[in-house]
Design a protein around this ligand. Structure first.
Ligand code: SAH
Length: 248
């Protein structure tokens, strides 16, 4: 069986228990070497074969999986959660074509890790109930309707992947789309790794303060990053819901 496993954002204990148990039994692990913490490979047995996918093509990854026994546990280890910018669709399609079955084990995305290290709630009531996850267009195209100013026009909480190298242009586009220049923003570099770095600034000042960070970082923007919000109804004593009567 083949498993696509989310490795989590960095810290080796932020993989799921299920993911760790599969690594402990794996005969082969193909890991995204540029972003997966190598400490995770310590969960594997000494005779587990480990391949770094950084230097492999899609065909080589699929070939390495195909040549192994059907009764072995084979792992494709992706950073964060595999469903976000993981390029797993093309791998699953290739496996489908060959009639090879697979399962996905979700992981803690770097988005969740960044919110955690910022001690932030992405969806505080009355501030924003929407999270927009996107990226700047780079060598990978982004559909035109999803251009940054269009997304910024909602004023929602926003998390940007794969864009730290274009911070200045990104912040310009976020502001031209409608965020006030003083909207709180942050760059989180290598969330949960030992060399993690957090830079908080008003959106207009972010490129000046975080310009030295060029990769492995998320940009977060929105009023969720400052203090103001309304209390949630869920825990409000005067609010009745399925599990609790209002207290008067
Ligand atoms: N599937 C991954 C994202 C892979 S794309 C996930 O769910 O997190 C790679 C991008 O993710 C990087 O360019 C960076 O923007 C972000 N990223 C990955 N790990 C990160 C971390 N520990 N801290 C901050 N950003 C990270």
């Amino acid at each position: 069986m083949i498993y696509f496993i989310g490795a989590g954002p960095g810290a080796a204990d932020l993989i799921t228990v299920r993911g760790m148990r599969l690594l402990q039994k794996a005969a082969l692990v193909i890991y995204t070497g540029s972003l997966v913490n190598p400490e995770l490979l310590d969960y594997c047995t000494p005779d587990c074969k480990k391949l770094n996918s950084a230097s492999m093509t899609l065909e080589e990854v699929i070939g390495a999986l195909r040549e192994r026994g059907r009764d072995e546990i084979l792992v494709r280890l992706h950073t964060g959660d595999p469903s976000l910018y993981g390029a797993i669709r093309e791998q699953m399609d290739a496996l489908d074509l060959m009639g090879l079955d697979y399962e996905i084990v979700p992981g803690v995305s770097s988005m969740n890790a960044a919110a955690a290290v910022l001690k932030a709630e992405l969806t505080p009531p009355s501030v924003s109930q929407t999270v927009i996850i996107s990226r700047m267009a780079g060598r990978t195209a982004v559909p035109e309707k999803e251009n940054i100013p269009a997304l910024a026009s909602h004023g929602a909480s926003m998390v940007l992947f794969l864009s730290a190298g274009m911070l200045e242009k990104l912040c310009e586009e976020l502001i031209s789309g409608g965020y006030a220049p003083d909207t709180p923003a942050a760059v989180v570099y290598k969330a949960t790794w030992p060399d993690e770095e957090i830079v908080r600034a008003a959106l207009a000042d972010l490129p000046g303060k975080a310009g030295h960070i060029r990769k492995t970082a998320l940009i977060l923007v929105g009023n969720f990053l400052n203090g103001g919000y309304e209390r949630s109804r869920l825990y409000d004593p005067t609010f009745t819901h399925g599990f609790r009567e209002a207290k008067t």
